[in-house]
Design a binder for this molecule. Structure first.
Ligand code: ZN
Length: 304
């Protein structure tokens, strides 16, 4: 059965038609997840089939941190709020985050084994700091000029995608324009350890510690080349590392992906709809799913 829960911007396959807000379907499809930033609300809806259903909200953290607004008859038995839902109806469902909390919303109808579930998690703002470096040229080559306004637009998109997990990306310092004069790197700036270290040495002292460093350049490649190098040359970040290399020519979704690796997310297989699927073609919006949101928040708490 399809999930009775939905959010305006997301279809049953988790595809977005508006900026993502932390809603995703879990597997199996009747389970759904919604992240709610503290101080904000998320509007969802709920659809019943030809049968009468009940919806029970269980406050898992017993904190009262998530308010449920649903226009239906409600009974309260201990920690359970149960709503009576009529057959063949669509109900708007609003969730408001007041404090860190977890809530399970479970649907049931007599004689049906499936109990569609929406898991909601409310969390406060977490801050991740990052710095930006652009390699303009080395001593032998003059490389393509970058556009500051394009870069700022891109960074705003990345910041929006992380906002769905209530992670605030804050840029530290100005955009550092790097000219590598000590050695010719040729037209291909290679991110092996020697050349990678040379670039790392150019990152300012403020770039150490937990700060995530985005390094934009032209023709980044890793060496030795992995077998499917053509698909991998657009970005490179060591798992959990703090330096993300992003090729200027392929940067639209790569920055959010590489930053994901810096925050300990791993690649997803082909067919996955999230930003961590490396071959994913560009899309207007970049979703994370429930597991990624939970990992991002755990890691961001450590680096904040
Ligand atoms: Zn990757």
């Amino acid at each position: 059965m399809p999930s009775p829960f939905s959010t305006k911007g997301c279809d049953a396959n988790g595809r977005w038609s508006r900026p993502p807000d932390g809603f995703s379907y879990l597997w199996p499809a009747q389970n759904a997840y919604q992240f709610v930033p503290v101080g904000q609300s998320r509007a969802l809806s709920l659809k019943t089939d030809h049968r009468p259903w009940t919806l029970t909200a269980v406050d898992l953290t017993m904190s009262g941190g998530i308010d449920v607004r649903l226009n239906a008859r409600k009974t309260v038995i201990g920690p359970f709020q149960t709503y009576v839902l009529e057959p063949g109806m669509k109900y708007p469902l609003d969730l408001t985050g007041n404090a860190e909390a977890a809530l399970a919303l479970v649907m049931s109808t007599p004689g049906e084994a499936d109990k569609p579930l929406l898991y909601a998690h409310a969390g406060g703002t977490l801050t991740v700091h990052y710095a930006v470096n652009v390699i303009l040229r080395d001593c032998s080559q003059t490389l393509e000029q970058y556009s500051r306004s394009e870069l700022l637009t891109l960074l705003r998109e990345v910041e929006t995608s992380y906002a769905q997990a209530n992670i605030r990306l804050v840029r530290v310092g100005p955009i550092h324009l790097l000219e590598l004069k000590t050695m010719s790197l040729g037209p291909q700036i290679i991110t092996d350890s020697r050349h990678g270290d040379l670039i790392r040495d150019h990152i300012t002292a403020s770039g150490r510690g937990h700060l995530k460093n985005l390094v934009y350049g032209w023709d980044f490649e890793s060496e030795p080349k992995p077998p499917n190098a053509a698909n991998l040359s657009s970005g490179l970040t060591e798992f959990g590392g703090n330096v993300c290399f992003i090729d200027w020519g392929n940067r639209s979704m790569v920055t959010a992906h590489e930053l994901g690796h810096a925050l300990r997310l791993i690649d997803r297989p082909r067919g996955d709809i999230t930003i961590m699927q490396p071959q994913r073609s560009s899309a207007p919006f970049i979703p994370f799913d429930y597991a990624q949101i939970e990992v991002l928040r755990m890691v961001a708490k450590q680096v904040a």
